[in-house]
Each structure stands twice: as C-alpha cells, then as structure tokens.
Design a protein around this ligand. Sequence first.
Ligand SMILES: [Mg+2]
Length: 377
Amino acid sequence: MKISAIDITHYLLPLDPPFRPAWDPVPRTQCAATIVRVHTDEGLTGIGSGDLMVGFSGHEHLFIGRDPFEIDRHWQVLDNIDFHYGRCWPLDIALWDLKGKALGQPVFRVLGGRKNKMLAYASTGELAGPEKRAASAQDLLEQGFRAMKIRFHHHDPREDIKVVEAVRKAVGDRMEIMVDANQGWNMPWDTSPSWDIDRASEVAEVLEDLKVYWIEEPLPHHDFRGMAALRRRVGIRIAGGEMNRRWHDFREMDVLGSLDVYQPDAVLTGGITMVKKIAHLVQKNGVWFSPHTWTNGIGLLANLHLASAVSRCPYLEFPFDPPTWTIQRRDFMMEPEDRLMIDPEGYLHVPEKPGLGFTLDEKALSPYAVNFSQCVQ
Ligand SMILES: [Mg+2]
C-alpha cells in the first residue's frame, strides 16, 4: 500500500452562545477544526484532527508514494517539521487510523490493548460561581460521572476555592474532584503573570484538605524544578505537561520527578507514536499518564485509544461543560452515532470498529468549510 494523497481541510463551527474558556480572556464565537485525510492507492483513508497543521503545506511530497506503515520514519519527518514550523501530529493520528483499518483492528488493540473502557472525568471549561458549579456537579453525577475537573482563573484564588468547597458540599465523596489552575501557558494575547511557587503551595494545601484528586498546571510549563519542589512540599498530586512539545521536556521532568500525572496530548505532542513512549517512560516510576484531550472529538478518540492501551491512571479527560461545550459542538465532525458519551456507570467505551472507529459527517462539515487563514483566531 502506498500513500497517494494527503488532503487538509479547515472548518469553523459558529458558537452561539459563545464558549468562554477559563484559560482564554477572549470568548470564543467559533470553533476551528482541521481534518487530515491520508489517501492510499488501495482505497483506504486514514483520518486525523486536533491541530491546525501549521507548516505542513509544501511537505506533502515527503510522504506521498511511501508505505503508510513506516510510521517511525514518518514520525521523524513530522518531528523535524515540529522543530522548524508547527505541530502536524494529526497526520500521525491519521496514519494510526489507517493502520487499524488496514489490519481490521481498533487502534487500541494495535497499540497493546490494556483495556476497552475507561472512567471519564467531566472536564469543565468555563469559570462558574459556587452555586452554578455545584448544580452542574449534581447534573454530572446524575449522568453517571464519578469525577469532574473544575477550572481556576479568578483574580483571587480564594474565589476559586469557594467553588470547590461548594462542589464538595454538593457531591460529598461520591465524586472525585480535580482542579486545573491553568497556569502553565497563555494564549498569544494574554500577558497576565502566572502563579509563583508560594501561591501554588498555598492553594495546593487548601485543595488537599478538600480531598482534591490533583491540581493541574499550578506553575508555568517550563518550570520543571519548581514543580518538583512543589511536589515535595505538598501532599496533593501535581498534574501537567499538556503543552510540552518535545521528548526532552518529558525526559527532564521524569529525571527531576516533576509530576504525579503526565498529560501529553497525542494530537498536540508527538502523535500516538511518541506519547506512547512518554507514557511508558514516566509510568515506570509509578506515576500516571492521563492525556489532555481538549481539542475535538477526533482528538478525544485518539487519546482514548492510546490511554486505553497504556494508561494506568483510572481517569481520562472528557471535555464537557454544557450548555456551551456540548458533545454536539465537540464532536460535530463525526457521524452522530460515533459521538462519545459515557455509560451510566461513568465509563467511556473504546470503539471496536477498525481504526479509530468513527466516520466523518461530511454533510455536517461542508457548510463550515473555510480557508486556513480564517482559522487563526
Ligand atoms: Mg489542563
């Protein structure tokens, strides 16, 4: 089998009402999705998504005519492109989808197949006051979720802590609560400062008393030593690494003991090919791999397959914060029957169909097709 063409198309889904993520000072009135299709001379097509493929244009010839199963070689080319230009890891995802389809196996089984379902934690996206978030926690509990993640980003973290207190009061010990401090990185237009280690420690100690499961990104993504020092100082688990891009970042964090939960996202960091290796590297020290999945439904699916194959963490991130971040918005590019939702026990099941196990909803996508330049918001 040979790669015959690589098509990259861009879409913008309007969001009305807008989605106001805690990590972005600008509300989002549209959501971008880039779809990568790897076609072959045998008629099979692999599909990936999750990032904009910045810098890929002009490099197609490095793949066309090659065997799609040469994934390690293709990974090296993508890693070179990542160094010089941008993150083109959705192509690696498409190659794994293609490999699964060619073998007639779901990707998680090709990768090792540790389990076929995972407990999902509902990952909320917006800031909400104590009453509103406590009510949404109750809703999530009724839907079967056994864990949820709350965002921090009020100017004064004491306002955020009040939200966690209200949720703990509402759900008792029936749900695990994670907290995302979102101090790891900023959007291009956001020049606000991050917490320092003293503020991170103060918050972490309060959250520990509230039996919070982990605190995520309490310090900037490059502060490997600071996170290691914080981890020694407090008892709560420290999570991070969602935006670290290079293998060497994870090697350094592993050596320094920076984190309890490593969160590289296969669509943003090295593809399934590299993140599988990172997961094995860090988990040998008894800590967890639990990928970030906050891109779109295909990104969630790719990380679900990988985490099911290799993760020892009980929970996987499930981006979900209705009414502004819904399954319909997140998974709009997938046929409705392929969209992902938990079962009543809180489990997310890995599709057993070959590849990643979804079909693009071309009809749903086509009205939203745009040029690449319109996607950079
Ligand atoms: Mg996060």
